[in-house]
Design a protein around this ligand. Sequence first.
Ligand code: C2E
Ligand code: CA
Ligand code: CA
Ligand code: CA
Length: 277
Amino acid sequence: AKASGSNNFRFYAKEMNAELGHRLSLENDLWHALENQQLVLHYQPQVCMRNSQIIGMEALIRWQHPKLGMIPPLQFIPLSEDDGLIVPIGIWVMETAAHQNRQLQLAGYPPIRVAVNLSVRQLEQKDLVHCIEKTLQHSGLDPQCLELEITESMLMHNIEESIITLNRISDLGVQLSLDDFGTGYSSLSYLKRLPINRLKIDKSFINDITTTYNDAIIARSIIALAHSLEIQVIAEGVESADQYAFLLENGCDEVQGYLLSRPRPFEEMEALLRDGG
Ligand code: C2E
Ligand code: CA
Ligand code: CA
Ligand code: CA
């Protein structure tokens, strides 16, 4: 028993070292990923429920690692938040998304929004608003066509500061949406103080919307609450026609999810606009 115990320990120690080594080497590689153009944006369309038109797209980052292949954001964004690398990465995301959206307009497609995810580290940067202004200048994009997605929990780090920053962003004409709505701290009391254009009902509520009474009630209540505050509602993670029908019937404004399209590379996003338009 003693021998196997020590073997187990060695086994786990080895596993832990492998994991730590993996993390360190990823973190190291990430520094080079930006300059070596290994980061790419995929885009997932957002569709208006009233007329079935694509009215926006969410930019979702991926890392094309030379040895490990395509790495999803949840495997490296948290690393980049620890060491502050999220700040330059975040600027790159915003600049690229704005530039590519402008490219679509220059190619003749009707204007749509591009939504960019912000991290809490970016929200805390003193020059965030300045960076947004520069992005708008560089790209020539109409501010209405840029949207920033924030979460409730990000705001709760420093709610008063956050409200000031969000108001300055909103004053630029840039749109704001509250992502993963319903999963974080309940900030219902702050909702009317936030210059938010749009709430995103989290996928976890959408999953069982047609089979679980409570989730249906929650989704309906979120839509009613948002509309009473003149805030639009978008549902994320919509995968089935039944979910779509429920949301349509209950007055949801927009949808996003695998039912309509997975996130896709820019060229494929353009093809989707071409075929849909
Ligand atoms: P999120 O902002 O909640 O993005 C939605 C996630 O759900 C995306 O995963 C998307 O691919 C996925 N999704 C969309 N529709 C469906 C569906 O119908 N079913 C299912 N099962 N999933 C769906 P992804 O691309 O892996 O991104 C994960 C998270 O990484 C994002 O969650 C966001 O928090 C973060 N992220 C992505 N890009 C960026 C970025 O540029 N900056 C920052 N700070 N975070 C990012
Ligand atoms: Ca998002
Ligand atoms: Ca989300
Ligand atoms: Ca999420």
